[in-house]
Design a protein around this ligand. Structure first.
Ligand code: 26W
Length: 801
């Protein structure tokens, strides 16, 4: 594809005219954005077609990443970068007097995910395409993404995210590839050619319509596909007959009921709710995805028994684990395979990643709900379970294990067990997490299937999180070591010697400061915040959850505030603490935490005695595009979850890659970050996994001890109940209770002293600016191993083969 500045200008002009009959001069930013996006899609479409043809002609193995969430964010910038036309576009637009940054702000985030799990799926798509791997996404085209968060009077208020309102230039509706999905009804059996056949009757049938988005590889010609399904009634046409009969409202009601399946993303990322609509969503996109994969496979004219040699399906947590039973159904009922053959193919096709060991997040469905909605699928799950139970009984001769490992138990279907049994690979997302799965949470299964469990430490795409988010640092890196790090992120290690180079360090520090100034200006314009760009930027951005311990961070701030009040001359480096976090709308305590952060922020930021030495800001509506703004200017990365609770974390990787120093517990991938950068370039605190497991086993933790013996803790907790924060004394009593009466499940009080010490260490480290910069550079240099390119290579070689 030959594009130069002049052809680009022409093409862009033409686009504006074709789409809006407008000249550049009179067009709005919104029209400019849509014209530009449309143009870029045009540029990519030839390769999209070619990639698909190549995959079919070469019969390449196709990988399908099944995920309920794809948190991809914006696509304009990354598509320009990956197509290699960023510079041309920038120069052309500049000559046309158009500011690309402004145009980019028009695009709504595709916020089709809650947090880590959904963002991981997006990073994986980018890496698969950029490595030229035939890997595609399969998910749901939610009409509403994750809610937009507003902060009103310190409280979180959720506003629906109508991200498609203005239109979505990246997607293509493929009506001709729609498939039918059946819910409910009854199953009967007949004999056909000496075999039992299962027939479904009286089902409700709906249509799944795919919308395809091109996933453009970096500087290669690969364009993969993200296929998202939308639910529609079978008969979409306006039913004039029912309208004449006066039944119009009934007909629209029915339409709305069906469309509700792909209407909205569930905003809960930590607790399973057991809502039937969510189960419908899961079956909907799993069945649609499998049917479309099967249809494509048949075009290869390969025998069905070779399916697993040409297809790999990866399920992102248990949300798509119905794929196990649905693939069995398709192979047995539609393709007439025997149970044994179907099982061989299914288990050799599917692989499963676990993303959490928090028991409240493990999906379980009530049998009666499941059976009513998916009667045939339930029969298959029962049969899978019958066979599993027999084998476990045979191997372990232990009824307790049989009960514990069963897929069906306590009136529920345990989706994690279904996923484990139906896959050839089960992986955790960081070393510690995988160890906990193998030797604690899923020990029985690991004993039963000794070779199934493996680790794949998470990763992030360095193209979005460094090249795109931090162009200045990227340029400095390229000037210093060349640009091969973009294709081979491990090459970032060549930056290491530069940590000793004074002139490099100066440039590095200057870029950090410029990023901080740019963000401060943005925050002033957007939120009216007064930020001191010369203060240390201390950042905790992630979902709000008790185990992530935003409270611990806040308690240190409250203690620091007290010390400053007692001694206004206290010698500290000015610090700005940033929080960004959405709470699940139904997560009461998490929302209280947001109110508390905002209450403390208000008090401190408006206290003239503090004189700006510390400031606290809650950045509303943390999202992919906000992450791209705050991460490049962060200097301290808060990764302070209770050991054993954070499966991996990926924000930790994004922040180190942008030269922040990590302040962390030994949890998730923090451990691997420490191993990479060395103890001298990270600040570790807090109790270890062994201590946590010990406390839990012996019930030996008593949070009152810490309240009674540490006056600082006492002052902080008491202030939650008295009037010193300037709110009603009941406002935070439930937080207080969670820490004392309910014995502080996540050891906030236990780790408080150690955390304060670690924070003081940060302050003292920062005073030696040469060493600080050195450490930051060493962090960037070692971040390449956390590129999702590396993670994907491991999935590809060890799981998808
Ligand atoms: C059923 C409700 C529900 C929905 C989503 C429960 C749990 C989830 C996810 C498993 C939560 C999640 O996003 N987990 C995160 O996955 C990241 C990617 O692997 C990890 O880096 C995070 O540590 C983990 O919390």
């Amino acid at each position: 594809m030959l594009i130069n500045k002049e052809t680009f200008k022409q093409d862009f002009r033409k686009k504006l005219i074709n789409m809006y009959a407008e000249d550049i001069e009179e067009s709005s930013n919104s029209h400019k954005y849509f014209a530009l996006a449309s143009l870029i899609r045009d540029y990519a479409s030839e390769n999209w077609l070619k990639t698909n043809k190549k995959y079919t002609n070469n019969k390449e193995k196709q990988i399908y990443y099944f995920s309920m969430e794809f948190l991809i964010g914006r696509l304009l910038h990354s598509n320009l970068l990956n197509l290699g036309i960023m510079d041309i576009c920038n120069e052309a637009l500049t000559e046309l007097n158009i500011d690309l940054d402004e145009i980019e702000e028009v695009e709504n985030d595709a916020g089709l995910g809650n947090g880590g799990l959904g963002r991981l799926a997006a990073c994986f798509l980018d890496s698969m395409a950029s490595l030229g791997i035939a890997g595609h996404g399969n998910g749901i085209r939610y009409t509403y993404g994750l809610f937009e968060q507003q902060i009103i009077d310190g409280y979180q208020v959720e506003v629906s995210d109508n991200w498609l309102k203005k239109g979505n230039m990246w997607e293509v509706r493929k009506e001709n590839k729609a498939v039918q999905i059946h819910f409910g009804g009854n199953v009967t059996t007949t004999m056909e050619n000496g075999r039992l056949k299962f027939l479904e009757h009286d089902c409700e049938t709906i249509l799944a319509v795919p919308y395809d988005t091109p996933i453009i590889g970096y500087d290669n010609s690969t364009v993969n596909t993200l296929r998202l399904w939308s639910a529609e009634p079978l008969n979409k046409d306006f039913d004039f007959a029912s309208f004449s009969r006066g039944e119009y409202s009934k007909a629209t009601e029915y339409k709305a009921l069906i469309e509700s399946i792909s209407q909205v993303l569930y905003p809960d990322d930590s607790r399973q709710e057991g809502k039937i609509l969510r189960l419908k969503q899961q079956y909907f996109f799993v069945s649609a995805g499998l049917q479309s994969i099967l249809r494509r496979y048949k075009k290869l004219k390969e025998p069905i028994n070779n399916f697993h040699k040409y297809i790999a399906i990866h399920i992102n947590d248990t949300h798509p684990s119905l794929a196990v039973a649905e693939l069995m159904r398709l192979l047995i009922d539609e393709e007439n395979l025997t149970w044994e053959d179907a099982w061989y193919i299914t288990t050799n096709t599917i692989a499963y990643t676990n993303h959490t060991i928090m028991s409240e997040a493990l999906e379980k469905w009530p049998i009666d709900m499941f059976k009513r909605l998916l009667p045939r699928i339930y029969m298959i799950v029962e049969e899978i379970n019958r066979r599993l139970v027999n084998e476990v009984r045979e191997k372990f001769k232990d009824e307790n294990k049989v009960t514990a490992m069963s897929i069906i138990g306590n009136g529920q279907i345990r989706m994690a067990h279904l996923a484990i049994v139906g896959s050839h690979s089960v992986n955790g997302v960081a070393k510690l997490h995988t160890e906990l799965l193998k030797y604690q949470e899923l020990k029985n299964f690991n004993d039963f299937y000794p070779n199934k469990f493996n680790n794949k430490t998470n990763g992030i795409t360095h193209r979005r999180w460094l090249l795109q988010a931090n162009p200045k640092l990227s340029n400095l890196i390229t000037e210093s070591i060349g640009d091969h790090w973009i294709k081979e992120p491990d090459k970032l290690i060549e930056l290491k010697p530069f940590s000793l180079d004074t002139s490099f360090r100066e440039k590095f520090d200057k870029i950090k400061l410029e990023n901080k100034i740019a963000f401060s200006n943005y925050a002033k314009a957007t939120y009216g915040m007064d930020i001191d760009p010369n203060s240390i930027f201390d950042v905790q951005v992630k979902r709000l959850h008790a185990y992530k311990r935003q409270l611990l961070n806040l308690f240190n701030i409250m203690d620091l505030y007290r010390r400053l009040k007692e001694n206004p001359n206290l010698d500290i480096i000015p610090r700005t603490f940033f929080f960004g976090a959405k709470a699940a709308p139904s997560y009461y305590l998490a929302k209280k935490n947001i109110k508390l952060i905002n209450t403390v922020a208000y008090k401190i930021n408006n206290d003239p005695q503090i004189n700006g030495k510390i400031k606290v800001f809650f950045l509303p509506n943390y999202s992919v595009s906000l992450a791209e703004k705050i991460i490049p200017c962060a200097q301290v990365s808060e990764q302070i979850s209770t050991a054993t609770k954070e499966a991996s974390g990926t924000g930790n990787m994004k922040l180190m890659m942008n030269g922040a120093l990590t302040l962390a517990t030994l949890d998730g991938a923090n451990i691997e970050i420490r191993d990479a950068v060395g103890d001298g370039n990270i600040v570790i605190f807090g109790i270890t996994k062994e201590q946590v497991l010990d406390y839990t086993k012996n019930h030996s933790y008593n949070s009152y001890e810490y309240y009674n013996n540490d006056f600082r803790i006492k002052l902080i907790l008491d202030s939650l109940l008295n009037s010193s924060l300037g709110v009603s004394p009941n406002e935070f009593s439930d937080i207080h209770n969670s820490l004392l009466k309910n014995n502080d499940e996540y050891f906030v009080l236990r780790d408080f002293a150690s955390y304060v010490e670690a924070q003081n260490k940060i302050d003292s480290l920062y005073r030696n600016r040469d060493n600080w910069s050195k450490s930051c550079i060493i962090n960037v240099a070692n971040s390449g191993i956390f590129s999702s390119d590396n993670t994907i290579k491991q999935y590809y070689e060890e799981i998808w083969k």
